[in-house]
Design a protein around this ligand. Structure first.
Ligand SMILES: *[C@@H]1O[C@H](CO)[C@@H](O)[C@H](O)[C@H]1NC(C)=O
Ligand SMILES: *[C@@H]1O[C@H](CO)[C@@H](O)[C@H](O)[C@H]1NC(C)=O
Ligand SMILES: *[C@@H]1O[C@H](CO)[C@@H](O)[C@H](O)[C@H]1NC(C)=O
Ligand SMILES: *[C@@H]1O[C@H](CO)[C@@H](O)[C@H](O)[C@H]1NC(C)=O
Ligand SMILES: *[C@@H]1O[C@H](CO)[C@@H](O)[C@H](O)[C@H]1NC(C)=O
Ligand SMILES: *[C@@H]1O[C@H](CO)[C@@H](O)[C@H](O)[C@H]1NC(C)=O
Length: 535
């Protein structure tokens, strides 16, 4: 329940404050410059604006901002024996004397059924730190439906709450009429008005009529109403309407007067109780003045318990509390809200897109605006390529995903194979990433026809069809003393070589002409041209 003293120096005030530093001509035991912090962080900028030399300064006064509501108090630190001591702050409730700051108290948790109020402002978050002396007001959210166990107004005293923080227990209506739970009290106000106050009491405007309905199964027994108003006489009894008479035990207050202020308790036959504390008071609140743009309000009136319900036009959301109630303090339960344009969570903020390859093509997070997506090179969108910002401030769909684009393994040509050059890094389960290059080679007497290397493109297809490996006959060279025609690097099946011998030489007539066969071999070796004389 303890927190560190929350303590803030405000730069602007500090500058003025340091002008009031007390100077004495003492050279020994001087203090080094005090560590300045602004809203809890080191204030480098403000430091330049304030003095550097503290050797003659004995005391520094400044405005401290204390507690969750930033209450301003005059505070000081003193240089004693070379050390800054303090702070001491002025406490208005203690004749304006400087006092050491007591320890703060922390609100460790806020139960969802509890409403915590501090100085008429409701606190929704756990972890808020309250200065010494603060008094909280705690009530259950639904008066009568939950029963508060414990004290409704704990006070912080030097780091400790005066009592354990209270809790809210569910009543019969919520527990299916379990016999050991407190009875539910439903509050009906057929005429007049009332407000549930921060401390959990029901503030009632005079002349209102109230029915308190204590819920208990009639077949089990009758509950009992008691009250603390000394002179009060109230009608009690089972409800009359047939659908209510077996479980609603009523107490009615007609035309409430100040004398009707007190606590009304319903006790079950087993002695388990729940109560409502009534405070009849003639209070009115100031009329609501709406100055904000767009905001419209429906006000019941300005009496205690009257409500003001705020609306914003389409495309705007109420920022603040949409319903205000006139409270016994004569104040509305919350400040007048504002209309803020509906915005969807921005996607261009850090962490807005959790998908690393997703890119925003268009981003308008106003109501009716849209976000349009694309994927980084080599990736394709899976899911809707865009979404709209809806009236409730949420995007119309889910973020799409970016899946890597891949090409299927290429078809290998007959009599050919892959040279696995740089395909490996992009391989994923036999599929190739965009940009992968594969190269083909043909075996033996085959020649590659088509593209020897192909690339996996962004379409998910290869840049070219895989090549063919065609059978070819190799070039045989020239015969000695003659030549072969046609002269080519390779020959298609069916090609024949014509041998012509140099003058004085000839080839033997029985030597057949070489013909390129379908399997890439020659039908015969290259014939010789032999010397005429040798034949
Ligand atoms: C300190 O912080 C509060 C809220 O975090 C802010 O309203 C205030 O302006 C800040 N003060 C200075 C001097 O920066
Ligand atoms: C409430 O209690 C009754 C009888 O004890 C039981 O029949 C019924 O199912 C309970 N309903 C719920 C919602 O638990
Ligand atoms: C505000 O009042 C309206 C009408 O009485 C009600 O429907 C709505 O639930 C209330 N909203 C809040 C936040 O209390
Ligand atoms: C808070 O309300 C109480 C009555 O419930 C009133 O006396 C007090 O002045 C109010 N405080 C502030 C700061 O408005
Ligand atoms: C965003 O969308 C809304 C609704 O379509 C439009 O009125 C507004 O002009 C857009 N904003 C920008 C900056 O384009
Ligand atoms: C051509 O001559 C070489 C030797 O000079 C011989 O080995 C070869 O068999 C001859 N070729 C033919 C087809 O006669």
């Amino acid at each position: 329940m303890r927190g560190p003293p929350s303590f803030v120096l405000l730069a602007a005030l500090l500058q003025a404050a340091l002008g009031r530093a007390v100077q004495e001509d003492l050279t020994s035991d001087s203090c080094s410059p005090p560590q300045l912090s602004l809203n809890g962080t080191d204030a480098e900028k403000s430091e330049q604006r304030v003095r550097k030399d503290y050797s003659k300064v004995r005391e520094v006064k400044f405005s401290g901002s204390i507690g969750p509501l930033g209450e301003k108090r005059l505070c000081k630190i003193k240089c004693i024996g070379g050390q800054w001591v303090g702070p001491l702050c002025v406490d208005q409730q203690d004749n304006g004397r400087y006092q050491p700051l007591f320890k703060n108290c922390k609100l460790e948790y806020v139960n969802p059924h509890i409403v915590v109020t501090f100085k008429n402002i409701s606190i929704h978050k756990a972890g808020v730190v309250f200065p010494h002396g603060s008094q909280l007001q705690i009530r259950c959210k639904e008066l009568g439906l939950y029963k508060l166990l414990g004290t409704s107004n704990p006070r912080c005293h030097n780091g400790e709450w005066s009592t354990r923080l209270p809790s809210c227990v569910p009543t019969t209506l919520l527990t299916n009429f379990t016999e050991d739970s407190p009875p539910t009290i439903l509050i009906k106000i057929p005429s007049g008005s009332a407000s549930v106050e921060p401390g959990g009491e029901l503030a009632v405007f005079p002349e209102s009529t109230l029915h308190f309905e204590c819920l208990y199964p009639r077949r089990v027994g009758s509950p009992d109403w008691t009250w603390t108003t000394p002179l009060g006489q109230y009608l009690t009894g089972w409800a009359i309407a047939s659908e209510e008479r077996d479980w609603k035990y009523r107490l009615s207050i007609y035309y409430a007067k100040a004398q009707d202020s007190g606590t009304f308790t319903c006790a079950t036959p087993r002695g388990i109780t729940n109560s409502v504390t009534v405070h009849v008071v003639a209070v009115t609140c100031d009329p609501i003045s709406v100055s904000g743009m767009h905001l419209t309000v429906r006000v019941e009136g300005t009496r205690l318990g009257h409500k003001a319900i705020f609306r914003c036009p389409v495309g705007f959301a109420v920022s603040g509390s949409p319903n205000l109630t006139c409270q016994a303090s004569g104040k509305w339960s919350a400040p007048v809200p504002r209309c803020e344009p509906v915005k969807c969570p921005p996607l261009d903020a850090p962490g807005g897109l959790d998908e690393p390859h997703l890119r925003l093509e268009e981003h308008n997070n106003s109501y009716g605006g849209r976000a349009v997506f694309s994927c980084a090179w080599g990736y394709k969108l899976a899911g809707a390529p865009g979404m709209e910002c809806e009236i409730d401030g949420s995007w119309s769909g889910k973020l799409p995903k970016c899946l890597p684009i891949q090409c299927p393994p290429p078809v290998l040509p007959v009599n050919g194979h892959l040279i696995q050059s740089e395909a490996a890094p992009g391989m994923d389960g036999g599929r190739y990433a965009v940009g992968s290059l594969v190269q083909f080679a043909c075996s033996g007497a085959h020649q590659l026809e088509g593209e020897a290397s192909i690339i996996c493109t962004e379409t998910g297809f290869w840049s070219h069809p895989p090549p063919f490996c065609k059978p070819r006959c190799r070039y045989l060279g020239e015969p000695d003393n003659g030549y072969a025609a046609p002269s080519k690097f390779s020959y298609e099946p069916g090609d024949e070589l014509q041998i012509t011998c140099n003058p004085g030489y000839e080839s033997r007539l029985d030597q057949p002409r070489p013909k390129c066969l379908p399997d890439g071999r020659w039908s015969a070796p290259l014939p010789n041209c032999t010397d005429f004389t040798q034949i």
